[in-house]
Design a protein around this ligand. Structure first.
Ligand code: FES
Ligand SMILES: [Fe+2]
Length: 325
């Protein structure tokens, strides 16, 4: 399970977007996952596949903190324990559970672990711990392997070409100069900065393992951060969760303005990144690279070392509680 993206914490949504009484179905690294709030209001996540006949639990309803399968009404709590099997009061419910996954709500974010036994907690960016920030989010779906989307987020030299009228506009007059890009290893991933002809560029970038980019574009005396989580849905599709954190213009009425800007920038990249061949980033030696590709090459090394080939081992399969043939 979760091939090539196993045993890591990933942001999947804002915690406030998981409403009580309503299932939220998301596809993550080849698995369908259903999120819901249990009886105590705590977030829960199950593989979105009923152990009875494999249908999507997310098509059912959430009632009293339990999710009820839409097909034959089996009910599961937030730990995946089977709470009810209609028509079968003698069923061995302890053997008929759904598969639960570790989930956390931290700093206003909803996190999923793509495995079963996390050895650490999620590590949110410090930005989320700062008081008084307005946070808004939206998702866009790209038809591309998540590694191509992630690299795009860490790439400085494309800005004046792809984003010639937005975030790359002011760098256009400098095309023809020499860009230096620095990647510094950090415990959480890496920090990227750039200079053109020796003059530092505004807007540092951070890469947070496994799949988050944070762009620091603080105006004087204020805070403005763009964050993107590149969430694999499957080998050909990625969902980009675009977050904006700001210390000014904090009214929720202004969220659409910030969302629009984020969406416009993402749309500028989309068709170009989706055209990448092969879909998944290849070994570094199979594409031509130059000095300013250092951050994307650093990401490739991390991907190949820590994610490529990873799998999550399933706990034992549910047992039968019926005559076998
Ligand atoms: S398929 Fe879920 S209860 Fe039968
Ligand atoms: Fe871009």
């Amino acid at each position: 399970m979760f091939s090539n993206f196993a045993n890591v914490w990933t942001i999947v949504a804002l915690a406030r977007d998981l409403k009580p009484g309503k299932p939220l179905s998301l596809r993550i690294a080849g698995e369908r996952v259903v999120f819901f709030r249990d009886a105590s209001g705590k977030a829960a996540a199950l593989i979105d596949r009923c152990p009875h006949r494999g249908v999507a639990l997310s098509l059912g309803r959430v009632d009293k903190g339990e999710i009820e399968c839409p097909f034959h009404g089996w009910r599961f709590d937030g730990d995946g324990c089977n709470r009810h099997v209609p028509w079968n009061p003698d069923a061995k419910r302890e053997n008929l559970g759904a598969v639960a996954l570790p989930v956390r709500e931290m700093e206003g974010l909803l996190w999923l672990y793509t495995g079963f036994s996390p050895d650490r907690e999620p590590q949110p960016s410090e930005t989320f711990t700062l008081p008084g920030l307005a946070v808004c989010a939206q998702s866009v779906v790209w038809n591309v392997h998540w590694t191509r989307a992630m690299e795009n987020m860490l790439d400085m030299p494309h800005l004046p070409f792809v984003h010639r009228k937005t975030i790359g506009k002011d760098a256009r007059r400098l095309i023809g100069g020499r860009m230096d890009v620095a990647w510094e290893d950090r415990p959480y991933g890496g920090r990227i900065s750039a200079a053109i002809d020796g003059v530092a560029r505004p807007g540092a970038l951070e890469y947070r393992f496994p799949n988050v980019m944070e762009l620091f574009i603080d105006p004087p005396g204020k805070l403005l951060r763009l964050m993107v989580a590149c969430i694999p849905e499957d080998d050909r599709t990625s969902r980009l969760l675009l977050l904006t954190m700001r210390s000014f213009a904090r009214s929720p009425l202004l969220d659409p303005v910030f969302r629009l800007l984020n969406r416009r920038i993402a749309r500028e990249d989309q068709a170009i990144v989706e055209s990448s061949l092969p879909g998944e980033v290849p070994p570094s030696g199979e594409e031509a690279s130059v000095r300013t590709d250092a951050p994307t090459l650093a990401f490739r090394r991390i991907y190949r070392k820590r994610l490529l080939g990873s799998v999550a081992e399933r706990p034992r399969a549910p047992l039968l509680d019926a005559p076998t043939d």
